[in-house]
Design a protein around this ligand. Structure first.
Ligand code: TA6
Length: 311
């Protein structure tokens, strides 16, 4: 079983419009509504790969209820979301059908009270000590009221329970989380530059690892992944560029890394899976889903090459 944590869960709304023009009114041609926030997207991809997943974080209000209703029929996903008095946020992705470009608008999320946070911590402690837990993923932004060092705290609890933990967040929660020594951290190029001050991905990835993470896997968008780990360094590149909606591509990369970890695959195989899943998500219309035929077509063609990792 894999546990994903989405403290700032969301109801992801995707609008498709023929062409997005500033200052114009638009007819929406297609609407989709899915459980979202990064850890929930990761969970749905893991479930599609055949893994059992427990999801936690916060859910509240009508949006929280709708989100949980969407999760209920998923046979491999167990809902362990904690209650919050405020309403779960919505995120809006507007896809321009003409160009394929996506504009993303994310609400801040419900205010979490100190009592709600304390109750969550108790439930999380119990979850990380469950028999058979293979890995924990901590994903996404923090809702208002949750302490900025929250991920560092959750990483320490997972490590104390001897469960591998992956972190995917940004800003100060990422900085503090990395210092708490997660097993894997997966920043994108902007998050990595903000963390280290370096815009050179190879140097920034090594620097992020020196700050405490055991392995750093940087997602470089259409250029694939760059990994620096205790076992070596690798570059994984997709065989071709795919066009589509990149929302959730990073979440699918996380699902690839976690599933590979749970299945004890060597690093190059985990990275190939992460890159192929990520590209197959760009082709799918919404985050948290991927196109299976694109995935199986790309997987054997991802190029994984060793990299020199010395500073
Ligand atoms: O990665 C895509 C996505 O997970 C969307 O589904 C949306 O819910 C959003 O990102 C949440 O990201 P945030 O960083 O605001 O927690």
């Amino acid at each position: 079983m894999i546990l994903t944590v989405t403290l700032n869960a969301a109801l992801d709304i995707t609008y498709r419009v023929p062409a997005l023009t500033p200052h114009a009114s638009h007819r929406v041609t297609e609407v989709t509504e899915r459980p979202g926030g990064k850890g929930l997207n990761v969970a749905r991809v893991l479930a599609a790969l055949g893994h059992d997943v427990t999801v936690t974080g916060f859910a509240g209000g009508d949006t929280g209820r709708t989100l949980r209703d969407h999760l209920a029929p998923e046979p491999r996903i167990t809902d362990a979301l904690a209650p919050v008095a405020g309403a779960t946020r919505r995120t809006l992705a507007v896809v321009d059908a003409a160009t394929g470009d996506t504009t993303q608008l994310n609400e801040p999320g419900p205010a979490v009270t100190p009592a709600e946070w304390t109750a969550f911590l108790g439930a999380y402690e119990e979850l990380v000590h469950r028999e058979g837990l293979a890995a924990v993923a901590l994903c996404g932004s923090l809702p208002p009221g949750v302490p900025v060092g929250a991920y560092a705290q959750l990483i320490r609890a997972a490590r104390a329970a001897r469960v591998p933990v992956l972190l995917d967040t940004s800003g100060e929660p990422l900085r503090r989380g990395v210092a708490a020594r997660p097993d894997i951290v997966k920043p994108n190029a902007d998050e990595l530059a903000e963390l280290t001050g370096s815009h050179e991905p190879a140097q920034a990835t090594r620097d992020a690892r020196r700050r405490g993470a055991h392995a750093v896997v940087a997602s470089l968008g259409a250029d694939g992944l760059l990994a620096v780990t205790a076992d070596g360094g690798w570059r994984a590149r997709p065989p071709k560029r795919v066009r589509g909606n990149p929302t959730g591509a990073g979440d699918s990369a996380v699902a690839g890394l976690l599933s590979g970890l749970a299945e004890r695959l060597p690093w190059p195989d985990r990275l190939a899976r992460a890159v192929a899943l990520s590209a197959a998500t760009v082709v799918a219309p919404v985050a948290g889903e991927f196109d299976p035929s694109t995935y199986s077509d790309l997987l054997p063609r991802v190029a994984v090459t060793g990299q020199v990792t010395a500073a």
